[in-house]
Design a protein around this ligand. Structure first.
Ligand code: IDP
Ligand code: MG
Length: 136
């Protein structure tokens, strides 16, 4: 049975800065994802704080929000069968050093904070995160 889902992906500042967006988009397309919507934006620190509010109590929260707002990012609405889980698998572990061969974070990630991509972690959060960037 098919289970088409949508999820939010972000190509983070470290990857946009190194001009990796086309390679990363090809990774998604080659793995069966459709890019339904995409836009390049530069968010403010306040917007990053709102987006990452679930991490408010973490020691890395401030640096994380400074980083996500430090340069342009590409936000994408991806669609695929089981898109949320499939995207998490294609991204690899949060820490690129622990990410599996062939994953986006293994290939392009620099460090745990500069790990090139974000992906929603549940169907519920995917809806919230897609609305955050794409609700008109
Ligand atoms: P995820 O991006 O794999 O879902 P989360 O635990 O949701 O990982 O963390 C959000 C982001 O916060 C990570 O992608 C990473 O950039 C950053 N981060 C997570 N843990 C750490 C840490 O221990 N030190 C610094 N940055 C971290
Ligand atoms: Mg997360």
């Amino acid at each position: 049975m098919s289970n088409i889902e949508q999820t939010l992906s972000i190509i983070k500042p470290d990857a946009v800065e190194r001009n990796l967006q086309d390679q990363i988009k090809n990774d998604f397309k080659n793995n069966g994802f459709k890019i339904l919507k995409e836009k390049k934006i530069h968010i403010t620190k306040e917007e990053a704080e709102k987006f990452y509010k679930v991490h408010e109590s973490k020691p890395f929260y401030n640096d994380l929000c400074t980083y996500l707002s430090s340069g342009p990012i590409i936000v994408m609405n991806l669609e695929k069968d089981n898109a949320v889980l499939e995207n998490r698998k294609l991204m690899g572990s949060t820490n690129p050093k622990e990410a599996e061969e062939g994953t986006i974070r293994k290939k392009y990630g620099i460090s745990i904070d500069k790990n090139s991509v974000h992906g929603s972690d549940s169907v519920e959060n995917a809806k919230i995160e897609l609305d955050f960037f794409f609700k008109s």
